[in-house]
Design a protein around this ligand. Structure first.
Ligand code: NAD
Length: 353
């Protein structure tokens, strides 16, 4: 499996180094024959090539079997004409990565404040209220007068259908329970269509239990009783906000994995940003990117039919859980280790099994 690795800004290089350390051990133990090809991205690329995403990189990524994108300082990148491209948006849009799969779960030895839970948010990734990706050309946010802004939200039948089926397929592999999160009481046409399409899609999956919750009420339900949810599907912005909440409820934003998936490509990405406040201090939690990478291996295994990639993914998840249970983790989740040592602890557990 050929994986392109783009370390990113801030804590990106640190958590990426911890992640590739785990991957190398997984490759050896499960004979994955991983080939990791690293390129600069974000500020490092801007400095070297005059663009946050260097010319030709998309072709390299398209030819590979998977992509690991570290967090980048997207807030700094404002002017595409000066090469300041948002790498995350660029790859999501260029590779049509329509589903953002974001699991959140609690770990033994690190019980959540709300009891144990294990859920996945499946977020639509290509349209909705994201001005940077909902137009063929230009941007979906307009300054009408100096005091008036219009922001467009795009919802299409085809995008609703494909995200609905992605969520249903995932739910069938888990506890066969799908929750549709929406605001169809106010956004009657757009979210009304999303809700109807999700319900219709779910009929094709025998035994799948389906319910729906208004997004505002969801904030209360998921905080009150997260264990009642299994797979949750939502439009882009609702899913973005909800999945940060569920990651944090699981113990830390640094724990949640995130995989962006399309029909042909997938990109593992940490659920958090580049955390400039702790960059270079060897304190960042590498688990989010490690978990995302495990999701990438599982995706490749499912797509190629090579079971050992899925086995490697489960083993990485198991090693992460064991490391956290033993307190061999970073400070944000109650441990005392630095980024590199926390990654090494996971790699060591993985190797020892
Ligand atoms: P952030 O997610 O980087 O940080 C929020 C808080 O969480 C900070 O206190 C940070 O120290 C902490 N944190 C984040 N990741 C952590 C980890 N692995 N371990 C321990 N603590 C962690 O959000 P921000 O500060 O608002 O954004 C910083 C930059 O990242 C901005 O430029 C933003 O645009 C960008 N960003 C990028 C992505 C991405 O690349 N996908 C996503 C979100 C934000």
């Amino acid at each position: 499996m050929h994986i392109v690795v783009l370390p990113g800004d801030g804590i990106g290089p640190e958590i990426t180094a911890a992640t590739t350390g785990v991957l190398r051990v997984a490759s050896e133990r499960f004979q994955l024959n991983l080939r990791l090809e690293e390129h600069p991205i974000g500020h490092a690329s801007l400095k070297q090539f005059g663009a946050t995403v260097q010319p030709g990189l998309l072709d390299v990524v398209r030819a590979a079997d998977g992509l690991i994108l570290g967090p980048t300082a997207t807030f700094d990148f404002k002017d595409e004409a000066r090469g300041e491209i948002n790498p995350s948006r660029y790859f999501r849009k260029s590779l049509d990565l329509f589903a953002n799969v974001r699991p959140a779960r609690t770990y033994a030895g690190r019980p959540g404040r709300l009891g144990d839970f294990d859920l996945v948010v499946v977020r639509e990734n290509t349209e909705g209220f994201y001005a940077d990706r909902n137009m063929e050309q230009g941007n979906g946010e307009m300054l009408v007068t100096p005091d008036v802004v219009i922001s467009l939200r795009r919802i299409t039948r085809s995008c609703c259908e494909r995200i609905a089926h992605a969520a249903c397929r995932l739910a069938m592999k888990r506890r066969k329970h799908l929750t549709i999160v929406h605001k169809a009481n106010v956004l009657k046409i757009g979210d009304g269509m999303f809700l109807a399409i999700c319900r219709e899609a779910a009929r094709a999956y025998p035994g799948l239990e389906v319910d729906d919750v208004l997004v505002d009420a969801m904030m209360a339900h998921v905080v009150r009783n997260p264990d009642r949810f299994d797979v949750v599907v939502a439009t882009n912005m609702f899913g973005d906000i909800l999945s940060d909440l569920t990651a944090e409820l699981s113990g830390s934003l640094g724990l949640g994995g995130s995989l962006n998936v399309g029909d042909r490509h997938a990109m593992a990405q940490a659920a958090h940003g580049s955390a400039p406040d702790i960059a270079g201090q060897d304190v960042a939690n590498p688990v989010s990117l490690i978990q995302s990478t495990a999701l990438l291996l599982a995706w490749h295994g499912e797509k190629s039919g090579a079971v050992r990639y899925e086995e490697a993914a489960s083993a990485i998840e198991g090693a992460v859980a064991k490391a956290i249970a033993e307190g061999r983790a970073t400070r944000d989740v109650g441990g005392r280790l630095g980024t590199i040592a926390a990654g090494a602890a996971i790699a060591e557990i993985l190797q020892a099994k």
